[in-house]
Design a protein around this ligand. Sequence first.
Ligand code: VAH
Length: 316
Amino acid sequence: MKKILVVGSVGQIGSELVMELRRIYGGENVVAGGRKTAPSATLLNSGPFEICDATDPDAVRRVVEKYEIDAIINMAAILSATGEQNPALCWDVNINGLYHILEIAREYKLKQVLVPSSIAVFGPETPTVNTPQETVLKPTTMYGVTKVAGELLGDYYVRRFGVDVRGLRYPGIISSETLPGGGTTDYAVAIFYEAVKHGKYTCFVKEDTKLPMMYMPDCLKATVDLMQADFNTLKHHSDFNVGAMSFTVGELAAEIKKHIPNFHVQYEPDFRQKIADSWPDSVDDTAAREEWGWKPSFGLAEMTADMIEKIRAKVL
Ligand code: VAH
């Protein structure tokens, strides 16, 4: 891959993935594509930025032709909580957007498309502990429906058109650079900001809510490692389970308290509790480990210490 376009580059993962790819491939070789949301100065000053909405295929084509793009990473998505408030928008961005990008990859014979999936593909019928790679996929959210459909569409383009499509089922992603927007796992980021700034947090899910989570450095590592894997070693394509750690909100709060002793959490579950309850506690990522060498580096303690240090530096 020489020229990469990241669509959805101003979001939580996209904004840091662009910087990591620019470090690896060179700033000029990674085009950040975004909608109206203003990109950060860091993004703007380190390489090309183009207004490019996944639901506007002509805009994507213009960027692909202008920069002779040979790989697209599609980080454009409406996440689970927002998707439940606006299912039509969620379908349009997550599926119509993906369809346009896969068609462009086919038409321009791009080298690779990377399409994130999510643990949101799982539902209440799925085994919740060490969720298998192959299992029941009956999600209860529109976001989850779009991620199952996205996995199936991606694998169809691999088989039918020979497009190199790859994807991973991200767990909740925790990071200190760009706030997530509209996800059910957003509590796992907000709790850090509230602990550092105010010493207290009102959480929208219950204390014993346990979900698979991953720190951003591991998210970037998983994404780049999958991008760089030899296609011929892959048995799976658009749907790799990837795990790193799992913890309850109570366990996270207790770890934060080791750094901020007076930190206090109160729990006021809202509609997002039902979404969180439909997702697994942990996933089996043997396929990712065997097919492309996945191995996480951050656990709860290391992540908490690093997050608190980074957020203190930002807000205090
Ligand atoms: C969400 N952060 O909460 C996303 C993610 C596993 C959840 O896909 O919707």
